[in-house]
Design a protein around this ligand. Structure first.
Ligand SMILES: Nc1nc2c(ncn2[C@@H]2O[C@H](COP(=O)(O)OP(=O)(O)OP(=O)(O)O)[C@@H](O)[C@H]2O)c(=O)[nH]1
Ligand SMILES: [Mg+2]
Length: 240
């Protein structure tokens, strides 16, 4: 008798005192594409709210985070700004794809070669066995440079459709600038990453907030350096 009474008391207090308070979920989103397409500028724009005055080729990976609230839930969007140059990424690639929640492919609308590289980036994802449930989106950057367009919206849209990805055209420099097609004319950098976050929130299950090491990854964010003091943390490759 006494046991059943205490059992009732126990279950009644579960939610109030034993369960930990809800924790912030982390969405790990990797941003990949050729060197110079603007991955660093796009991620910086989203996390720091401005276009960086100066960038250098990313070595290994830079982490940028932003806390957002979606439907009353706090969510940490963790952007992995990857290196586009092969020599700066080769020993890091496995870390990029580990426990990733979404992939953002970036090309430069003023650089056809960066668009033609996309199949190779998609192939890399395949080789790392990304499930079909992992959302992928395509971003054509540098829409402010309308006089130098080399990749038309139509061609990009066909590619996006063929790979079942939504297409956004934008500019990290001036995200309000107009594209020349029907897609993404008013899409700001903000909207791109928030769209991914909304999509992820609607999926489950998701990883709870915890250090990347504990979540199965091998990257320790605390080892990164924040040279610029802007919240960016870098994790380079020892062989670079
Ligand atoms: N006009 C214009 N220039 C941009 C835009 N985004 C980036 N850039 C410029 O493009 C160059 C490369 O930008 P990054 O963001 O460093 O390119 P990345 O893709 O990170 O390159 P890696 O780190 O080498 O892979 C820089 O000179 C930026 O100022 C944009 O939207 N418009
Ligand atoms: Mg970069």
């Amino acid at each position: 008798m006494a046991e059943s009474g205490s059992s009732a008391e126990f279950s009644g207090s579960l939610t109030s005192s034993i369960l930990p308070p809800p924790r912030t979920r982390i969405f790990k989103i990797i941003v990949i594409g050729d060197s110079g397409v603007g991955k660093t500028c796009l991620t910086y724009r989203f996390c720091a709210g401005k276009f960086p005055e100066k960038t250098e080729a990313t070595i290994g990976v830079d982490f940028r985070e932003r806390l957002v609230e979606i439907d009353g839930e706090n969510i940490k969007i963790q952007l992995w700004d990857t290196a586009g140059q092969e020599r700066f990424r080769k020993s890091m690639v496995q870390h990029y794809y580990r426990n990733v929640h979404a992939v953002v492919f970036v090309y430069d609308i003023t650089n056809a070669a960066s668009f033609h590289s996309l199949p190779a980036w998609i192939e890399e994802c395949k080789q790392h066995a990304l499930g079909t449930e992992v959302p992928r989106i395509l971003v054509g950057n540098k829409c402010d440079l309308q006089d130098s367009v080399q990749v038309s919206t139509d061609v990009a849209q066909q590619f996006a459709d063929a790979h079942s990805m939504p297409l956004f055209e934008t500019s990290a420099k001036n995200p309000n600038s107009q594209g020349d097609g029907n897609y993404g004319n008013s899409d700001h950098v903000e909207a791109i990453f928030m769209t991914v976050a909304h999509k992820l929130k609607s999926q489950k299950p998701l990883v709870l907030s915890q250090p990347p090491e504990a979540s199965g990854g091998t990257v320790n964010l605390s080892r990164g350096r924040d040279d610029a003091g802007d919240g960016t943390r870098s994790w380079g490759c020892s062989s670079c």
